[in-house]
Ligand binder design. Structure first.
Ligand code: SF4
Length: 453
């Protein structure tokens, strides 16, 4: 009998990639492969890749390069590149790294078991990057799934073509899954112990486009909210131009939906927003946030920003600083602009010096840290329901406050519905459960407290 081959996947990039890797592993396991938890034990090594930044791609190539010697020692070893970089680079991957066996694009992952079987039988390079077809990787809900938190894909692709972004080129056009299929997947997960789902899509607000049954994100959330055993629902990523009043009202009325919106603003300057093809103005963004807060006081709103986009002068950057000061985000992720080949923006002159990009990046990060600390400090003394995610093994030595270090320890880590990370001291085995925690300390990133019940 042939020895069972073990598959190892290393994932780079976003939550969608993490989900694709998880589902791909489930799929290969169902079709007779074993799962290796260490790369050294694997017969098949797959890299699920990201193309959003050049740095992420270089990292993958360096991992592949490090396998060259092992491939010489073990000629039967199968090495594959999956996902966005595979879709973008196609057969270039084989040119640069001839010891790679497979290149599988973003829309062919459901064929992974067949492709692996072919790779076992022939030594030729296999290229599978057809992007015209829609796919959904089946999920096998069984004892292998993470018990209480799961990602669920609701749509794939993006039609927005922000000028800096490679995603529409590598992930293709938007396609939504049928509402009943999503409901039945979430229902099964909840039945097997899942307490929190995060609905994923490149642009979840346009969920339903192309379906002929009137589905949209608000209606999907309403339907999923009726699943008894499910406690919490999250969704990412939202586009500011597509957030509707219906969605905000559904968030308010549906107690299972977390009070958290990740709403990437990217810039506070209308000139830069237009160059980025974001299709909204800074005023639209601020009005949207004000409306969301009016409907749901206390909602956490986080954002992404790109600094140093071509043509961003001091006045444009100051408008971004002003937006941070006005909105007072829960959290911000800040990136220095770097051109991605193939995008519209890559044809613009990358005219902002690296030092200026670095300085602007630091200014936004420092400002956000200050705002987060001020906002988190206001929560000291409050009680929150916390879904306990894991044991906390780290001890923190906060630099931002004068509180004694002992107050910043706790044996569990969990999250509130507002997406705060909470470290707290609790009793017994409570992982996967929701407990009440009284907050007694805060840093810019974390709340600290003690379990009440
Ligand atoms: S909305 Fe814009 S940034 Fe987001 S995936 Fe689509 S093109 Fe990229």
């Amino acid at each position: 009998m042939q020895k069972q081959k073990n598959v190892f996947i290393q994932t780079f990039g976003c939550q969608m990639n993490k989900l694709d890797s998880e589902l791909s592993l489930g799929l290969v396991r169902e079709t007779g492969y074993g799962i290796a938890t260490e790369i050294g034990d694997a017969d098949i090594i797959l890299y699920n890749t990201c193309s959003v930044r050049a740095h992420a791609e270089e990292k993958v190539y360096s991992h592949i390069g490090a396998l060259k010697a092992r491939k010489l020692r073990e000629p039967g070893l199968i090495i594959g590149v999956l996902g966005c970089m595979a879709q973008k680079d196609g057969k270039q991957v084989f040119k640069r790294s001839p010891h790679v066996n497979l290149v599988i694009g973003t829309r062919m992952l459901h064929k992974l078991p067949d492709i692996l079987r072919s790779a076992e039988e022939c030594e030729e390079h296999i290229l599978a990057v057809d992007k015209d077809q829609f796919f959904s990787i089946p999920r096998f809900v069984n004892g292998h799934d993470n018990g209480f938190q799961n990602y669920v894909s609701i749509m794939r692709g993006c039609d927005n073509y922000c000028t800096y972004c490679i995603v529409p080129y590598v992930r293709g056009s938007e396609v939504s899954r049928k509402i009943d299929d999503i409901y039945s997947e979430v229902y099964q997960l909840a039945d097997h112990g899942c307490r929190e789902v995060t609905l994923l899509g490149q642009n979840v607000n346009s969920y339903g486009k192309g379906l002929d049954d009137g589905s949209n994100l608000a209606r999907l959330l309403q339907k999923i909210g009726k699943i008894d055993k499910l406690e919490r629902i999250r969704f990412v990523t939202s586009h500011p131009k597509d957030v509707t009043k219906e969605l905000l009202e559904e968030m308010k009325n549906n107690p299972k939906i977390c009070r958290y919106l990740h709403l990437p603003a990217q810039s506070g300057s209308d000139k830069i927003l237009q160059k980025m093809n974001r299709k909204y103005t800074s005023k639209h963004y601020k009005d949207l946030v004000a409306n969301a807060r009016k409907i749901m006081p206390g909602i956490s709103i986080s954002s992404d920003f790109i600094v140093g986009f071509p043509g961003e002068n001091d006045a444009d950057f100051n408008e971004t600083v002003e937006l941070l000061n006005d909105v007072r985000f829960f959290n911000c992720f800040v990136f220095k602009y770097s051109p991605r080949k193939g995008t519209v923006a890559s044809r613009l002159k990358d005219d902002i010096e690296e030092k200026i990009k670095k300085d602007r990046n630091q200014i936004l990060l420092n400002l956000q840290k200050k705002i987060s600390l001020e906002e988190n400090t206001k929560l000291i003394g409050s009680n929150f329901d916390v879904l306990v995610e894991r044991l906390n093994t780290k001890t923190f030595a906060p630099k931002s406050t004068d509180k004694p270090e002992e107050s910043f320890q706790g044996n569990f880590m969990g999250r509130t519905k507002y997406n705060h990370i909470v470290i707290f001291s609790g009793e017994d085995s409570i992982i996967g459960k929701t407990v009440s925690v009284k907050i007694d300390n805060a840093t810019e990133f974390t709340l600290y407290g003690k379990q009440l019940n």
